[in-house]
Design a protein. Structure first.
Ligand code: PGA
Length: 210
């Protein structure tokens, strides 16, 4: 990494991350920009489908996905855990220490089709033969979190989305098989030569591998 950084004083970094990764990317970006203050950064956030579209069009240098797209040109390395948990309002008094099937009577707030979180939830439900009864679709992790805190229903979100919610009225339920354990991947294209800046940023993420 030291070699990669030599001579790297200015440069540009185009970073694109799925919406759930916006909770983990800013501290990493901040540390990188403090070490390299003259870097020109463009940071794009969208759901999995939107960011996979940008990957396909070769628009950015570095991507962060939990579920990297399938592509022959992809280079993906896991660097951090991403755990999906079942959350409920603080005053929830329905089933806990249970299976998802035991929660079949509850209202669930789900992310939209195209979301990686939703894809992971759908894949788990398909494996379990479970379907949500009349779910509400909300296209934002924050809006889901705040809606759960307001008593609108239950949800399955990455625990990263809860990190800033110490004052929220939310509790994590103990549901069999949860948390669903995924990883965060740093993703680049094999056929896109990386600038020293992009390479150094990618390296800074990989250094976080526990
Ligand atoms: P998303 O991202 O739900 O914001 O699309 C999370 C993921 O890809 O796992």
């Amino acid at each position: 990494q030291v070699q990669a950084l030599q001579g790297m004083e200015t440069g540009a970094l185009k970073l694109a991350a799925v919406t759930t990764a916006k909770y983990i990317a800013p501290p990493m970006l901040s540390a990188f920009c403090k070490a390299h203050p003259n870097i020109d950064v463009h940071f794009t956030v969208g759901n999995r489908e939107q960011i996979a579209g940008r990957f396909k069009q070769n628009r950015d240098d570095v991507y962060i996905f939990s579920q990297p797209p399938e592509d022959v040109n992809i280079e993906a390395t896991a660097f951090m855990d991403n755990k999906l948990v079942v959350i409920a309002p603080g005053d929830y008094n329905g089933p806990d220490y249970c299976t998802l099937h035991d929660l079949a009577g509850e209202k669930f707030l789900l992310r939209e089709n195209g979301s990686g979180t939703r894809k992971a939830v759908d894949e788990y439900c398909t494996r379990q033969g479970f379907s949500f009864r009349d779910p509400m679709i909300i296209e934002s992790n924050e809006a889901i979190r705040l809606s759960v805190a307001s008593g609108l229903g239950l949800a399955i979100l990455s625990e990263h989305t809860l990190a800033q919610s110490a004052t929220d009225n939310i509790r994590v339920l103990n549901v069999q098989d949860f948390p669903i354990c995924n990883s965060w991947y740093v993703v680049t294209r094999k056929n896109r030569p990386l600038s020293l800046t992009a390479l150094a940023f990618k390296q800074s993420l990989l250094e976080r591998i526990q």
